[in-house]
Design a protein around this ligand. Structure first.
Ligand SMILES: NC(=O)c1ccc[n+]([C@@H]2O[C@H](COP(=O)([O-])OP(=O)(O)OC[C@H]3O[C@@H](n4cnc5c(N)ncnc54)[C@H](O)[C@@H]3O)[C@@H](O)[C@H]2O)c1
Length: 404
């Protein structure tokens, strides 16, 4: 592509839909990805990820000449960094991908360019990248616009939310913030909230930490209620009748690549100050371990009572209801843990959102509940809600699917 207006570094779940949206608005976008297969797929007008309506947007943008992919970046006016920010070591954020993408565009930068990080990043990353850029490009010191703008879309609804969600935009100075706001205004209908880079970085981390802490409270209640012989689902329904109380539902832990991950970006940098956030992570992780122990105990109790080993249905593998995503899934962890302790029992693993799994042999959900003596609900998938379960069976409902 000649003279792109925008360079998008990283063409994954966030970068590709964002590139397609910008291209739809007749802005020339050069998408850059280090994975040659991704580049090839996109240039063929196809997509390598599952996201509703993304295929038609990418196909149209490529056909109209507004989107093209390459391995290496070219000169543009705006650069977006949308690469992964995983962990290294023990729950420490790894910003080496952001650094690598920034280094790749360093020689291309010119006065007046706009550089935006969208990757979920620890506080101070935008300032670190500013320092990196100006150390290598002394000629440009103070002459670039540098900002951070986190992404908060829901997978499955990305094409809508990219346009309609509010965005938080923080520059390293007010001019950078304004420049970045002008950029997003062309594509986003949601409100654009201005702040500084550090606050914008923290805002993304806090959004997911807030959710994690609230789920941890519900999960802690489920542990207390189990010991106190109180039905936690009934308790929460009743407590929520208070006009100012809104307790979330417990589950078998917290999974996915955002809520189960982002709080560590705070805990790793502010360990003494983030006691509650750190504890919430511990509680949500512990809940999965606790569920696995409960299954083990239920198995032994059945054996003592009936003098035979139970057939066990493990219902759900995904990290939340009605999706096929198993990343950081507590249900998958529990299934693995239960299978590690297997002692010739028969197991029926169920995940209605997946056709097949390379490790687990999957069983149809209706079949599993008929065969099994012990039924363990791990994920509140819609298929499980109206199942008729024989009253003679033992049931462990960790996700409240039978208490809607
Ligand atoms: N997926 C989500 O729902 C979501 C939501 C909010 C925020 N985020 C954040 O957005 C960022 C990107 O996430 P994602 O889900 O799109 O990741 P992803 O793994 O789907 O895609 C990242 C892409 O970047 C490419 N890449 C890696 N290094 C590169 C480099 N140096 N130059 C160019 N390309 C490079 C990879 O090959 C990959 O295709 C992460 O920080 C993530 O935490 C993701």
């Amino acid at each position: 592509m000649e003279n792109p207006e925008v360079v998008m570094m990283g063409l994954g779940y966030i970068g590709l839909p964002t590139a397609a949206l910008i291209a739809k608005n007749k802005t020339k976008v050069l998408g850059v990805d280090v994975n040659p297969q991704v580049v090839e797929t996109i240039n063929a007008g196809k997509i390598h990820i599952v996201e509703p309506d993304l295929d038609t947007s990418v196909a149209a943008a490529v056909a109209n000449g507004y989107l093209e992919a390459e391995i290496a970046p070219k000169k543009a006016n705006t650069y977006l960094i949308v690469v992964p920010t995983p962990f290294k070591g023990k729950n420490e954020p790894d910003i080496s991908f952001v650094q690598a993408a920034t280094k790749a565009i360093l020689p291309l930068l010119k006065e007046g360019d706009l550089y935006i990080i969208e990757s979920t990043s620890p506080v101070g990353t935008t300032e670190k990248m500013r320092d990196l850029i100006y150390t290598e490009r002394l000629d440009l010191e103070g002459k670039l616009h540098i900002a951070y703008c986190p992404e908060r879309v829901l997978p499955g609804n990305v094409m809508y939310e990219l346009v309609h969600n509010d965005r938080v935009i923080g520059g390293i100075d007010s001019e950078s913030t304004e420049k970045a706001v002008d950029f997003y205004r062309k594509y986003v209908k949601g409100k654009l909230h201005e702040t500084n880079a550090r606050t914008a970085e923290m805002c993304k981390l806090v959004e997911n930490s807030s959710r994690d802490v609230q789920i941890a409270f519900a999960n802690e209640l489920s542990l207390i209620c189990d010991k106190a012989s109180i039905n936690v689902w009934e308790l929460i329904d009743l407590a929520n009748k208070h006009p100012r109380v809104n307790i979330l539902r417990p589950g078998c832990g917290v999974g996915g690549h955002c809520i189960a991950v982002d709080p560590y970006f705070i805990v790793s940098d502010y360990p003494m100050e983030s006691q509650l956030i750190g504890k919430a992570r511990e509680i949500n992780n512990y809940k999965a371990f606790w569920c696995a122990e409960k299954v083990k105990n239920a198995k032994l109790e059945f054996q003592l009572k009936h003098g035979k080993k139970p057939r066990i249905a493990l219902m759900g593998l995904a990290f939340k209801p009605d999706i096929d995503d198993l990343r950081e899934s507590p249900a998958k962890y529990i299934v693995q843990k239960v299978l590690q302790d297997a002692n010739d029992e028969e197991y029926y693993i169920v995940e209605p959102n997946i056709e097949e799994h390379k490790i687990f042999k999957l069983t149809d959900y209706k079949e599993a509940v008929v065969i099994a003596d012990l039924i363990v609900f791990l994920v509140a998938h819609k298929e499980f809600k109206n199942l008729i379960i024989d009253s003679g069976k033992d049931v462990l409902d960790f996700c409240g699917v039978l208490h809607q």
